[in-house]
Design a protein around this ligand. Structure first.
Ligand SMILES: Nc1ncnc2c1ncn2[C@@H]1O[C@H](COP(=O)(O)OP(=O)(O)OP(=O)(O)O)[C@@H](O)[C@H]1O
Ligand SMILES: [Mg+2]
Length: 270
């Protein structure tokens, strides 16, 4: 293989293995060190929570993994192994397709993430047809299945609707359906439930957990909500000022936090 593949046993089951990543935002008067020598692993079949205060760099990490960071972002060092391949070593022209075949992402505001001018069916079909050389009829069957898989009722009807006709929770499920249509090893969810009310939040988390169980997907869940973390996460990474200051299982982090900042974060959530 001509690109950089992973060495070392540690990440055999890691869908994502970020090593020593540093990323700066170049500004006219200064550079913002948004990510500093960051190491992070998301294992298959596990939910890894990335937690930290606003501005700590969580979304920056997510966007860098997806290769969609802002134009003024410069990655100065590090490797991002996605399904065993360092995406930063893949030439630009092949990088997008490699990433979209191995990772999906959903964002906080599902309605904004969907195209308002296309029906749900058109958007889902478009994603499927970009990935696979199949007929429209086959793509439609996959689309319908995928909507059922995220527990959306009456998928035939739903395919004809536009995003504004759906609730936020339904849009988020459509986003999960789109992001997971080819069962990528990694799904990143950046504050996926922040804009939704509590009962709908629970349904979305249930969908993510089902994906993890059903497909063995590694889920990187970015959230402020420590209640959600305690309930659903397997591993937790605490982020501060662009670095992971502590990592561990949910029990480690909640019952035996070592880092001062982790303790402060937990105390603030009580
Ligand atoms: N395009 C950009 N140009 C300059 N600075 C940026 C840019 N995008 C983000 N930043 C800065 O980088 C830092 C990390 O931002 P990021 O959005 O990754 O934080 P976050 O942890 O996701 O925060 P939140 O919890 O509010 O979503 C912040 O200081 C932010 O202001
Ligand atoms: Mg963010």
């Amino acid at each position: 293989m001509q690109y950089k593949t992973e060495q070392g046993a540690q990440s055999e089951k890691a869908a994502l293995d970020i090593r020593g990543l540093s990323l700066d935002y170049v500004m006219p008067d200064q550079n913002i060190h948004a990510v500093v020598d960051l190491n992070l692993v998301a294992k298959m079949g596990k939910i890894t929570a990335l937690v930290g205060e606003s501005g700590s760099g969580k979304s920056t990490v997510a966007l860098a993994v997806m290769g969609i960071q802002d134009k003024n972002a410069i990655i100065s060092s590090g490797e991002i192994y996605l399904a065993g391949m360092d995406v930063l070593s893949i030439p630009k022209k092949d990088m997008r397709s490699y990433i979209s075949n191995h990772a999906g992402i959903i964002f906080q505001d599902p309605i904004d993430s969907l195209n308002p001018l296309l029906t749900i069916g058109e958007q889902l079909m478009e994603t499927i047809l970009i990935h696979e050389k199949i007929t429209k009829k086959q793509a439609r069957a996959i689309a319908l299945n995928q909507l059922l898989a995220v527990s959306l009722p009456q998928p035939e009807e739903l395919m004809k609707k536009y995003p504004f006709m759906l609730s936020g929770g339904m849009c988020q499920r459509v986003m999960i359906a789109i992001a997971s249509v080819f069962h990528p090893p990694l799904l990143i969810a950046d504050e996926p439930t922040t804009a939704l009310d509590v009962t709908v939040q629970a349904q979305i988390l249930y969908q993510l957990d089902s994906m993890r169980k059903r497909d063995g997907t590694a889920i990187l869940l970015i959230t402020h909500d420590l209640g959600v973390v305690a309930e659903i996460a397997d591993e937790v990474c605490i982020m501060k000022d662009g670095q992971i200051v502590e990592r561990g299982t949910v029990d480690d982090i909640f019952y035996n936090p070592q880092n001062m900042y982790t303790r402060k974060l937990l105390a603030a959530a009580l």
